[in-house]
Design a protein around this ligand. Structure first.
Ligand SMILES: O=C(O)[C@@H](COP(=O)(O)O)OP(=O)(O)O
Length: 258
């Protein structure tokens, strides 16, 4: 029987989602469409009568902005929001800032798919010569983490995302859910995929087939041990959701950037 409801949300479209660039730890804001996606998500959740007690976000603006817009649209601005780097997007290493379609032209679509969706392949590491290295590692937010800045990742596979996310999930999120709180996690495509893999027991092979669209809430109904009692539900117009998933998958198709 379903005891708890948990909502996972990939933020609304960000500026670099639109440009088809790996955004990862670069702190981009939502695009105009992304703002609307987050507001529409809040309206839908309100219409369906959901109420949140606690929201968790990453420390990247696009997930925080999405949480605010959702809560505003629901008239639940007062709900506490807790932030952690452990919910950040996967660190895409040296791929950060690069255009996926151009990478597919240079390296082949299969390679880009492996970088994006495989479970345990780590992309090439970012180093000091990378154009976004200083912007990321000189950012004050990374002095507030529970690990020293030097120990923060320089690139991550999905497995490594799960490794840094799970301690936070177990120590901080799970106890709140078990107190009976309805929790929204407003995060990123790959931090949500990592959590889904853990909660649903998805195999290393099958997780490669899971893609999340922006701004679509994923409802998980869990039993007392936080095991899903039914398949995840992506809320909203199902035809639009399928089209949005395909759009994200197609970002890795070879094409000259315009
Ligand atoms: O880092 C990024 O660019 C995307 C994910 O990219 P893909 O894994 O879909 O290539 O993360 P998000 O938009 O969820 O923050």
């Amino acid at each position: 029987m379903s005891k708890y409801k948990l909502f996972l949300l990939r933020h609304g479209e960000g500026a670099w989602n639109k440009e088809n660039r790996f955004c990862s730890w670069v702190d981009q804001k939502l695009s105009e469409d992304g703002v609307k996606e987050a507001q529409d998500c809040g309206k839908l959740l309100k219409e369906q009568g959901y109420k949140f007690d606690l929201v968790f976000t990453s420390i990247l603006s696009r997930s925080i902005q999405t949480a605010w817009l959702v809560l505003e649209a629901m008239g639940q601005e007062w709900v506490p929001v807790v932030k952690s780097w452990r919910l950040n997007e996967r660190h895409y290493g040296a791929l950060i800032g690069l255009n996926r379609a151009e990478m597919a032209l240079q390296h082949g679509e299969e390679k880009v798919k492996l970088w994006r969706r495989s479970y345990d392949i780590t992309p090439p590491l970012i180093d000091e010569s990378h154009p976004y290295y200083l912007e990321i590692y000189n950012d004050r937010r990374y002095t507030t983490c529970d690990v020293p800045k030097e120990n923060l990742p320089r690139a991550e596979s999905l497995k490594e995302v799960l490794d840094r996310l799970l301690p936070y999930w177990n120590s901080t999120v799970v106890p709140e859910i078990q107190k009976g709180k309805t929790v929204l996690i407003s995060a990123h495509g790959n931090s949500c995929r990592a959590l889904l893999k853990h909660l649903e027991g998805i195999s290393d092979e099958e997780i490669a087939k899971v893609t999340l669209p922006t701004g679509i809430p994923v409802l998980l109904e869990l039993d007392g041990n936080l095991k899903p009692v039914k398949p995840r539900q992506l809320l909203g117009d199902q035809a639009k959701i399928q089209a949005a998933i395909k759009k994200v998958e197609d970002q890795g198709k070879a094409k000259q950037a315009t």
